[in-house]
Design a protein around this ligand. Structure first.
Ligand code: ADE
Ligand code: ZN
Length: 334
């Protein structure tokens, strides 16, 4: 199965680019920029990655992002992730970025975008990997800050396909950002939101009804609401599920307790994603392997994760057709 997973074409729809910052690059950038970090070496950083919940991770994740200062830093970060996509046979990726994590430290929105877009253009040219960018608002910050961020994005509208919502879910429900998401939709952005990761199933309902999102990030708490489950199936609303993230952040006590296969077999459109791979111990292949190891899954089910992600992606119809074709060719060859 490991070999099948390695060769399987993949599409990643849930990846925070700041969450792909490996400790080695963190050290390199800290040194390059003269930023002090409270660790002596990359191994020490890794050993600090023991999380009890989402917030315990976020504290360390925002701290790590402080080494990102220049456009070159954002380029290096993004290029490293795209190279990793090549290794894992990820053909298309939709990347979240958290502008407020940087603008709050005095780094300009333009600096972030220059670095990200340079790496993504290069990845398409040199690696043949297509991508989209999703601007995430930090839900622990206020509405005014989100509006300011939306304003800063104006000159970059052409490079950003959608807005998203991430960070601490509990205490920051979707309705807090109703007006920002309405304004973003008016400007032509698509939208997604983290919901039902640590928070209740009602956050998924509200993300759909109030924020009008196209897909849900995580969404695993949907099982608590049978009516919502029926709706997700009927409307084929996609959930970008992140297995290793969910076990590292104790959303599930073990991979065997995860509900991704149960959701798949009920007819919900679910996909496999890495979320913050540098912090959770695995990229796409590792996430697929962890699921395959914990459950009796067949090849068709693994391929269905990719097919679902292709259908739910924000790329062009022509690109979707190409991706489906590549997936079919691979499955037929096995
Ligand atoms: N930011 C980065 N990873 C996240 C996650 N899993 N949930 C919420 N916010 C995040
Ligand atoms: Zn996430």
């Amino acid at each position: 199965m490991e070999q099948f997973i390695a060769g399987l074409p993949k599409v990643e729809l849930h990846l925070h680019i700041e969450g792909s910052l490996e400790p080695e690059l963190m050290f390199e950038l800290a040194q390059r920029n003269g930023v002090k970090i409270p660790f002596c070496n990359p191994e020490e950083v890794r050993s600090a990655y023991n999380f009890s919940n989402l917030q315990s991770f976020l504290d360390i994740y925002y701290q790590g992002a402080q080494v990102l200062i220049t456009a070159r830093d954002f380029y290096d970060l993004t290029w490293a992730y795209m190279l990793r996509c090549k290794v894992d046979n990820v053909l298309h990726a939709e990347l979240f970025f958290d502008p407020q994590t940087h603008t709050d430290r005095g780094i300009s929105f333009d600096t972030v975008m220059e670095g990200l877009t340079q790496a993504l253009v290069q990845a398409e040219q040199r690696l043949g990997i297509t991508s989209e960018l999703i601007l995430c608002f930090l839900r622990h910050l206020d509405e005014a800050s989100a509006f300011e961020t939306l304003q800063q994005a104006k000159p970059w509208k052409h490079a950003i396909v959608a807005v998203g919502l991430d960070s601490a879910e509990i205490g920051h429900p979707p309705e807090k950002f109703a007006r920002v998401f309405a304004a973003a939709a008016e400007q032509g952005y698509l939208s997604v939101a983290h919901a039902g990761e640590e928070g209740p199933a009602s956050n998924i309902v509200d993300a759909l009804d109030i924020l009008k999102v196209s897909r849900i990030d995580h969404g695993v708490r949907c099982v608590d609401d049978p009516q919502l489950l029926a709706r997700l199936i009927e409307q084929q609303i996609h959930l970008t599920v992140c297995p290793l993230s969910n076990t590292k952040l104790k959303v599930f006590s073990s991979m065997e307790q995860h509900n991704i296969i149960e959701l798949l077999r009920q007819g919900i459109s679910v996909g496999v994603n890495s979320d913050d791979p540098a912090y959770f111990g695995g990229y796409m292949n590792d996430n697929f392997a962890a699921v395959a190891c914990a459950f009796q899954v067949n090849r068709l089910e693994l391929a269905t994760f990719t097919a679902n992600a292709i259908d739910a992606s924000f790329c062009s119809m022509a690109r979707k057709d190409e991706l489906h074709q590549q997936l079919q060719t691979y499955v037929d060859s096995q």
